[in-house]
Design a protein around this ligand. Structure first.
Ligand SMILES: [Zn+2]
Ligand SMILES: [Zn+2]
Length: 160
C-alpha cells in the first residue's frame, strides 16, 4: 500500500534534493496542489514557492516526482541568482541536464490524448471568396488574403 505524502514530507524532500543536487538550500515553501492538471509542478516568480501536482506521485511514483522537483528547483535557483530561468534559456537547459531534472513539466496520462481543437472560425476573402479556417478568434483587419490580398471577413463556423 502506498503511503500518502503530506506537505511537510514534501517540504523536507525538496530541501534535501536542493542540498544534494544543487548544493544550495531551498528557503521557501513546497506544497502539493491537487488542482494542477496539465503540469507536474510550477514555480512562482512572486513568493518563490513551488507547487507539485500530487497526481504525478500516484501515476508515476517517487522517481518521476523527484525529476519534477529538480525541474522546478532549476527555475528557483536560477531565478533567485538572476540567471536565465526560462525553459528556452541555455543556463536553464544546462542546469536541468546537470541535475537530471524532468525535461518538461510533464503532462499527465490522458492529457496528451486530448482532442485537437475544431476550427471554429472562418476568414473569407471578400474579393475572391478564398476561405481560411482558424481555431481561435482573430482580428480580420490584421490579415489579408494570401491569394489576392483582398480584405477578409470573420465568421463563426460552429455555434458555441
Ligand atoms: Zn518549468
Ligand atoms: Zn482573395
Amino acid at each position: 500500500m502506498k503511503e500518502m505524502m503530506g506537505n511537510e514530507e514534501l517540504q523536507v524532500w525538496v530541501e534535501e534534493i536542493s542540498i544534494t543536487s544543487f548544493g544550495v538550500p531551498f528557503l521557501h515553501r513546497a506544497m502539493f496542489n491537487g488542482r494542477l492538471t496539465t503540469t507536474g509542478g510550477r514555480y512562482f516568480l512572486k513568493g518563490h514557492n513551488i507547487e507539485i501536482n500530487p497526481h504525478q506521485l500516484d501515476n508515476y511514483g517517487n522517481e518521476e516526482v523527484e525529476k519534477i522537483i529538480k525541474h522546478e528547483l532549476c527555475h528557483y535557483h536560477l531565478h533567485l541568482r538572476g540567471k536565465g530561468w526560462r525553459h528556452r534559456d541555455p543556463e536553464f537547459k544546462q542546469l536541468l541536464q546537470q541535475v537530471g531534472g524532468s525535461r518538461f513539466c510533464q503532462a499527465l496520462p490522458g492529457e496528451k490524448a486530448r482532442k485537437p481543437q475544431p476550427y471554429r472560425y472562418k476568414l473569407t476573402c471578400s474579393q475572391c471568396g478564398m476561405e481560411y479556417l482558424r481555431k481561435r478568434k482573430v482580428d480580420p483587419k490584421r490579415f489579408q488574403c494570401g491569394k489576392c490580398r483582398g480584405s477578409l471577413r470573420l465568421t463563426a463556423t460552429i455555434s458555441p
